[in-house]
Design a protein around this ligand. Structure first.
Ligand code: FE2
Ligand code: FE2
Length: 347
């Protein structure tokens, strides 16, 4: 297949129509009328994203500040390693959202990616915020060095690093599609063993401030995963020459490799953490991978993991009622009924 490099979208081009003629490599003026966009239902996605606005320092960390010292050594170590991991995912995500926006020739996609990039920036800030609450400056820095130095973390992230940088060097439709595949994996699967660690602490009434913040990040990532899988399907439909058996095989292989690496990482970081069953975690990772594949219009690859084996997790991200009341009160969320879902039914 010939590689044709995409050019960055023009910022303003009055000769082009306002309604985009194609998401990448199409034509659009740069003027956005939300009532006249190529994919009208994306306005709802934009509204949902923007409705999730929050800031890191709204979370009260005073309980966690006292409690951190009482965690076991294994819990402290996992806490710092997982924050280190999450920072290696949200950092590149801020920029990848921008890069996708620069090549998108659809002003609605540019706006949605701008909101996603803003939220990724808040996620990054939140890791600095929680770490500065619970450990010394030197320990904070050590945690943020893990993404550069920890061999298992480097191995786990190598494949994302490679694909994300390939898009910078060769902005082609193929690399955009592949980047969207890794973005789906990231938004929908890579974060989730880390999230589970914090929810497991919260169900023991430990570090509830951190887990509240994680649940806000989690809610954002679910929305991002939803939009990115939509963007993937639409881009593939507009460029059917890439919708080949070979490309589908690449996607499935990328998912399988990513699942294996994620299980290896979770075994490394969550070993000996009380309350986490590593087999259940592996099942949860496969369940999340299936979920993302379905959202991307593809088939599940782990038929034995179509249901969530860690149902208790749902209580920790489902506790959103459209207000921030319970967020600020930070009352125990142990008793949230998993049947009272507010649209977040896909954990
Ligand atoms: Fe994020
Ligand atoms: Fe995200």
């Amino acid at each position: 297949m010939p590689k044709s490099m995409l050019e960055k979208a023009k910022t303003l081009e009055p000769a082009n129509p306002n309604k985009s003629t194609g998401i990448f490599g199409g034509k659009s003026s740069g003027i956005l009328n939300w009532n006249d966009i190529a994919y009208p239902h994306w306005y709802k996605m934009y509204k949902r994203l923007i409705g999730n606005y929050w800031q890191a320092d709204e979370v009260n960390m005073s309980g966690d500040v006292k409690q951190f010292a009482t965690l076991t050594d294994k819990e402290k170590e996992a806490y710092l390693k997982i924050i280190g991991l999450l920072s290696t995912l949200d950092g590149p995500q801020t920029r990848t959202a921008l890069l996708l926006s620069l090549y998108a020739t659809d002003a609605s996609v540019q706006s949605i990616m701008a909101v996603i990039a803003q939220q990724e920036a808040v996620h990054n800030e939140s890791y600095s915020y929680v770490l500065s609450s619970v450990v010394s400056f030197d320990e904070q820095n050590e945690s943020f060095q893990l993404g550069r130095k920890d061999p298992i973390l480097l191995k786990r992230n190598a494949i994302i690093t490679e694909q994300y940088n390939a898009f910078v060097e060769e902005p082609t439709i193929e690399n955009i599609l592949k980047t969207l595949v890794y973005t789906s994996l990231l938004e929908g699967m890579f974060f989730y063993s880390g999230f589970a660690f914090f929810y497991n602490l919260a169900r023991q009434n430990k570090m509830v401030g951190t887990s509240t913040m994680i649940s806000y990040i989690n809610r954002d990532e679910l929305e991002h995963g939803r939009f990115i899988s939509e963007l993937f399907r639409a881009t593939l439909a507009e460029n059917p020459e890439y919708n080949t058996a070979e490309f589908n095989d690449w996607v499935y292989e990328s998912f399988k490799t990513s699942v294996e690496l994620e299980i290896e990482w979770s075994n490394y970081v969550l070993a000996e953490v009380e309350g986490i069953d590593l087999n259940e975690m592996a099942g949860y990772i496969k369940y999340r991978a299936n979920k993302m594949l379905r959202m991307m219009g593809l088939s599940e690859i782990y038929p034995e993991h179509v249901d969530n084996p860690m149902k208790w997790i749902r209580a920790y991200v489902d506790n959103f009622d459209g207000t921030k009341t319970d967020f600020f009160e930070q009352k125990s969320r142990q008793y949230t009924k998993t049947s009272d879902l507010n649209g977040f039914d896909d954990l």
